[in-house]
Design a protein. Structure first.
Length: 137
């Protein structure tokens, strides 16, 4: 009886592994996993873009994108990305606060191997108005 149960569990495990391979999902690939904003001026309106490519044979669906704080706004594609096609994530950072920053964006997709991906953004916000005032005679 114990052998029969053990064999059933092993067979069920093997079958479930094969069943997972049949799930129709895309394969996500990012042009970069880090975005360096560099030195940016305070209260400017900078944004950067990252290209997403679907390397899979089925549509890639981005379920959501979330930033680690309210100062970072990712704009992710809402339409499914067809196999072998590209789309972009637009990232905007609020530059009101002066200083260095390092934030993350979490991308949730239907990629079976990488359903959760992280993108790191970083840079420094400087107040260039005081520098300009000092250099004016």
């Amino acid at each position: 009886m114990k052998r029969t149960l053990a064999c059933l569990f092993i067979n069920f495990g093997i079958l479930s592994l094969y069943a997972q391979e049949d799930i129709q999902a895309g394969t996500i690939h990012f042009s970069a996993k880090e975005v360096n904003f560099g030195i940016i001026e305070r209260d400017s309106d900078p944004f950067r873009e990252i290209t997403i490519t679907n390397l899979g044979n089925y549509p890639l669906i981005i379920n959501s994108c979330r930033a680690s704080c309210g100062c970072t706004v990712p704009n992710c594609p809402v339409e499914a990305i067809a196999p072998k096609k590209k789309s972009t994530i637009k990232i905007r950072y609020n530059t009101h606060n002066i200083g260095s920053f390092s934030k993350t964006i979490t991308v949730y997709s239907n990629d079976q191997k990488n359903p959760i991906s992280l993108i790191r953004i970083y840079g420094e916000v400087k107040d260039n108005t005081t520098a300009k005032q000092k250099s004016t005679p």
